[in-house]
Structure formats: structure tokens, C-alpha cells
Design a protein around this ligand. Structure first.
Ligand SMILES: NC(=O)c1ccc[n+]([C@@H]2O[C@H](COP(=O)([O-])OP(=O)(O)OC[C@H]3O[C@@H](n4cnc5c(N)ncnc54)[C@H](O)[C@@H]3O)[C@@H](O)[C@H]2O)c1
Length: 310
């Protein structure tokens, strides 16, 4: 079966593709706006929100589409027009291509816990808590989840949305996510470089390792649609950690020297956005569907350190 990964040249896309290839997938097409070389994949370069890239790719047989292309949190907050154009425009183009295709395609949408906010800010959420996002990013993702549910109900796709926690530790260059510091505070010091944390030490976040999150996205694509029911949005398992707890793990794995490379430099704008997200996730539904969870914070960081030794 053909697999299409939009945004497949990005961080999670590459990890997901490695997992898909390890499971035997060989026909993988990456749709990517950036100039990307993804080993073992056909890369179709273009803007998903503007270019008609998908109809030809969906023509021959049923496919699974992992939709990861997105403007991310701080980038969306900085440029509303671009975020709405890209995140909603890309989703609509994808759903239209599926609707007009002769085949029923599976669509796995990378959503986020930032669909929550407002009255749930800093609190506990589960899959069936009302979404009141406090940012443009979360708003576009919440709309995307509803469109996935409706397109599934109409029989245009077999859809599902993966509500991802903040993923740590992101390797390579940071993107425009407001949560980027949560990776940078490990990545930079563990590579001997300084890093800035713009939020208070007591700020809590729901975090998951990149490795576990990519596996969960892949597995959500394999879950039987009937087991998901009408609401196709599933919280991907993650655990709660405050910035202080993350700093303690950094010191444990990297020593005082690594901890000393982190500068606390408060930015009220970033702190407000991060604190609008939930602090605790009830991930029971995801787990009952068979999605795995990280053991603890330290193992997430050690999983990143292993990638440095490859
Ligand atoms: N990493 C996280 O902590 C996290 C948390 C929650 C949700 N997510 C979601 O997971 C997905 C992947 O995240 P990531 O961390 O790999 O981000 P990323 O920025 O590394 O990757 C996104 C990729 O999408 C591509 N892209 C953007 N707009 C496009 C367009 N119009 N057409 C084609 N390609 C386009 C970008 O060039 C980039 O390579 C995103 O949808 C993001 O919102 C990520």
C-alpha cells in the first residue's frame, strides 16, 4: 500500500518514515514544501495548501496519508494569516483530493494538545473534554480535527487525529514551536552549547519522547476505525513534567556542567502560551487502543542521547 507523508521532511515525519520502513513499507511519497532528501522515499516538492499535488498520488489505489505539514505554535501566533492559509488550506486540499478520489483513503492527522486552553489551561484533559484553544495554532488544529471527524462520517475518508504532547528531545534545528525550549534545554547543553528557557521553573508540560510519539502516530493508523467511533481524535500518551523536573534530569544525565549552560530568561508571552496548554493528560483511551507510553522523563532524554551515538 502507498503511504503519503505530508511534511515528511520535518522532524517527526522523518522518524515516522523510519518506523514505517522498518515495518516493511516501500512505497512512501513525501509531500514537502522544503527542499528535502528523505532516504528511500519519492519526494514531491510543493506547497500542500496551494499546489494540487495530491490528486495524482491518490489515483491508483487506497493509500494511508499521514498529514504532518503545518505551521507550528509560535509561528502561527506571529502570523495569523499564514497559519490559517497553511493549516486550514492544506487540510481542505487534502480532504477535497480524498473526496474526489475513487478510493477510500486513511488519513492520520498530526494534531496537538494545544487544541485545549481557556478554562482547561494548566488543568487535566482527556479525549472528550471540550476544546477551547487559546492560540491560533490550536484553533486551526481543532478545526482540522472536526473536519477529519466530518469527512469520516460522510465516508470521504477513514480518518483519525493524533493529539500529540510536546515532543522532546527534538534533534537538529529548532522550528517555530513555542515549546521548542523544552527540547533545546536538553539538546544544546548535551552538545556543549548554551540554551535559554523562557518560562518559569514551575511551569508544567505534558511531554512525550519523539520516538514513542512517532510510534503512536504509526499505530493510530493501524487501529480499526470501528474501535474509534465517531470522535476520531485521540490523546497520544504523555507524562507531566515541570521545567524544574526537566532541569533535574538534565543535571542527572549531563552533569552540573550541562545544567550550568541553561539560562532562565523569562518571556511572559511564551510562558502565557505554554501555560494555556493542559498540565495533565488522561491518556486512558489512547492506552486502551494499544498505544504505548514512555516509562519516565529520564528515558526520553536517554533515547535522544542514543541517537547522538549512532
Ligand atoms: N514536535 C512537537 O512537539 C509537536 C507537538 C504537537 C503537534 N505536532 C505536530 O506534528 C507535526 C510535525 O511536527 P514536527 O515537529 O515534525 O514539525 P516540523 O516543522 O519539523 O515539520 C513540519 C514539516 O512540514 C513542512 N510543511 C509546512 N507547511 C507545508 C506545506 N504547506 N506543504 C508541504 N509541506 C509543508 C515543513 O517544511 C516541515 O518540514 C506538525 O503538524 C505539528 O503541528 C508536533
Amino acid at each position: 500500500m502507498r503511504i503519503i507523508v505530508t511534511g515528511g521532511g520535518g522532524f517527526l515525519g522523518r522518524l515516522l518514515i523510519e518506523g514505517l520502513q522498518a515495518a516493511g513499507a516501500s512505497d512512501i511519497v513525501v509531500v514537502e514544501i522544503a527542499d528535502a532528501d528523505v532516504p528511500g522515499c519519492q519526494v514531491v516538492q510543493g506547497d500542500l495548501a496551494r499546489d494540487d499535488l495530491l490528486p495524482a498520488l491518490l489515483e491508483d489505489a487506497p493509500c494511508t496519508v499521514f498529514h504532518l505539514a503545518s505551521v507550528v505554535s509560535a509561528g502561527a501566533e506571529a502570523d495569523w494569516e499564514h497559519a490559517v492559509d497553511q493549516n486550514l488550506g492544506g487540510m481542505l486540499r487534502l480532504l477535497e483530493a480524498c473526496r474526489h478520489s475513487p478510493h477510500l483513503h486513511k488519513v492520520v492527522f498530526a494534531s496537538t494538545l494545544a487544541v485545549f486552553g481557556g478554562f482547561t489551561a494548566g488543568g487535566e484533559v482527556g479525549d472528550f473534554v471540550k476544546q477551547t484553544p487559546s492560540g491560533t495554532y490550536g484553533t486551526t488544529k481543532a478545526i482540522g480535527e472536526l473536519l477529519i471527524n466530518d469527512a469520516t462520517r460522510k465516508g470521504h475518508i477513514d480518518g483519525r487525529s493524533a493529539r500529540l504532547p510536546t515532543v522532546i528531545v527534538r534533534s537538529g534545528a529548532p522550528n517555530a514551536a513555542a515549546s521548542g525550549f523544552a527540547s533545546g534545554m536538553f539538546r544544546e547543553p548535551l552538545n556543549g552549547l548554551p540554551s535559554v528557557v523562557p518560562v518559569a521553573e514551575e511551569t508544567p508540560m505534558v511531554v512525550g519522547s519523539a520516538q514513542n510519539t512517532a510510534i503512536c502516530i504509526q499505530m493510530l493508523g493501524e487501529v480499526d476505525g470501528d474501535d474509534l467511533g465517531h470522535d476520531r481524535a485521540v490523546g497520544i500518551p504523555g507524562l507531566t513534567a515541570t521545567v524544574a523536573e526537566m532541569l533535574a534530569v538534565l543535571e542527572k544525565v549531563g552533569g552540573a556542567e550541562a545544567r550550568g549552560l541553561v539560562e532562565m530568561k523569562y518571556d511572559p508571552g511564551v510562558d502565557a502560551l505554554v501555560r494555556s496548554w493542559p498540565a495533565v493528560l488522561d491518556d486512558e483511551r489512547g492506552r486502551s487502543l494499544g498505544l504505548p507510553a514512555d516509562a519516565d522523563l529520564e528515558s526520553m532524554v536517554r533515547a535522544y542521547m542514543e541517537t547522538l551515538n549512532r
